[in-house]
Structures are given as C-alpha cells and as structure tokens.
Design a protein around this ligand. Structure first.
Ligand SMILES: CC(C)(COP(=O)(O)OP(=O)(O)OC[C@H]1O[C@@H](n2cnc3c(N)ncnc32)[C@H](O)[C@@H]1OP(=O)(O)O)[C@@H](O)C(=O)NCCC(=O)NCCS
Length: 152
C-alpha cells in the first residue's frame, strides 16, 4: 500500500464533492468550493484515490496563533493502520509552518469531537491534545461534544 499525504487543491474538487455529497446534498459544490478557498485540507491518497482527509482553519486573526480542526476521517477499510496519526501529525506541522510564514507563532489547536467517540479522542490524546471542555447539544440536542486542545 503506497499512501501519501498531500495538500488538497482544485484537482481534488470533484473527489471531495463526492465524499461530502451525502452530507451537504445539493449545496455540496458551494461547500467544497469554500473549503478549498478558506480551509487547509490535507488528504491521504492511495494512488489517486482520497482515503482520508483533515480540514483545519485559522481562528480569527493569525496573531492569536489559534487553529481549529473541523473534519478528520480515514476511510473505513484503511483504519487502525496508523494513517490517522500520520495525517494528524502532518496537519500539526502544517499549522506551525503556516503561522511561521505569517510571522506569528502557532499557540493552540482546538478540535471538537463527540464524547462517545473514544477512538478519535485517543487519536488526539496520543498527539498531546488535552481534554478542556464538554459542550452539550451543539450538533444534536442529546449528543455531548468534547473540546480538545493542543498547546505549543
Ligand atoms: C478517528 C480516525 C480518523 C482514526 O484514524 P485511524 O487511521 O484509524 O487512526 P490510527 O490507526 O492512527 O490510530 C490512532 C490511535 O487511535 C486509537 N484507535 C484507533 N482505532 C482504534 C480502535 N478501533 N479501537 C481502539 N482504539 C483505536 C489507538 O489508540 C490508535 O493508536 P495505536 O494503534 O498506536 O494504539 C478514524 O477512526 C475515523 O475516521 N473515524 C471516523 C471519523 C471520526 O470519528 N473522525 C474524528 C472526528 S473529530
């Protein structure tokens, strides 16, 4: 299996639309367009096929040094092979480089995940993210989210 991490670009537009079509329906093209414009997207590819992705963005002014991870997944058939870790590590390095290039320093990365997602939680914890808060009813009334933070 030859898997590589890339920064997504316009050539990934169609593939990303197919991945997110179920979630965003007829708005998927607009959504993916705005993702490509305003987010930093790392994709894992096996040959040319996207098998995982991680989206992050800068929160407010770059001088705060704060980034947030919004989405992160590995295709089902490729999980538990260290690929999520590879993608997450690569995104953390990108965050640092991005702020440096802007003449600032990365201070923190935050991420929300479901409290009932022990696998994602473990994945973040293994890279040094700390649990900081519990937030109820954000995406669904009866689902509790947890916020994790990585501090540099
Ligand atoms: C979370 C996710 C991206 C992890 O990707 P992955 O490639 O399977 O992760 P890795 O193989 O790098 O595993 C990292 C750590 O997570 C934990 N983990 C991963 N899969 C696990 C499983 N099935 N059971 C228990 N722990 C698991 C382990 O601690 C693992 O480290 P280890 O293998 O050294 O013990 C993947 O499970 C996924 O896409 N889940 C659905 C989407 C999701 O929940 N995204 C996060 C939303 S914020």
């Amino acid at each position: 299996m030859v898997v590589e991490v890339h920064s997504a670009g316009e050539s990934d537009f169609k593939a990303l639309c197919e991945i997110y079509r179920k979630e965003y329906g007829k708005h998927v093209e607009d959504r993916v367009k705005s993702y490509l414009q305003y987010y930093h997207i790392k994709v894992l590819k096996e040959n040319d096929k996207i098998i995982g992705a991680l989206f992050w963005f800068v929160r407010e002014s770059p001088h705060h040094g704060l980034a947030e991870i919004e989405d992160f997944f590995i295709d089902k058939g490729y999980r538990r092979k260290g690929l999520g870790t590879q993608l997450l590590k690569s995104a953390i390095e990108d965050v640092k480089k991005h702020f440096e290039a802007l003449g600032c320093s990365a201070r923190k990365i935050i991420v929300l995940t479901s409290k009932e997602n022990p696998i994602a939680r473990k994945c973040y914890e293994k890279q040094g993210f700390k649990f900081v808060a519990e937030l109820g009813g954000l995406f669904k009334e009866n689902v509790i989210e947890v916020m994790y933070m990585l501090s540099f």
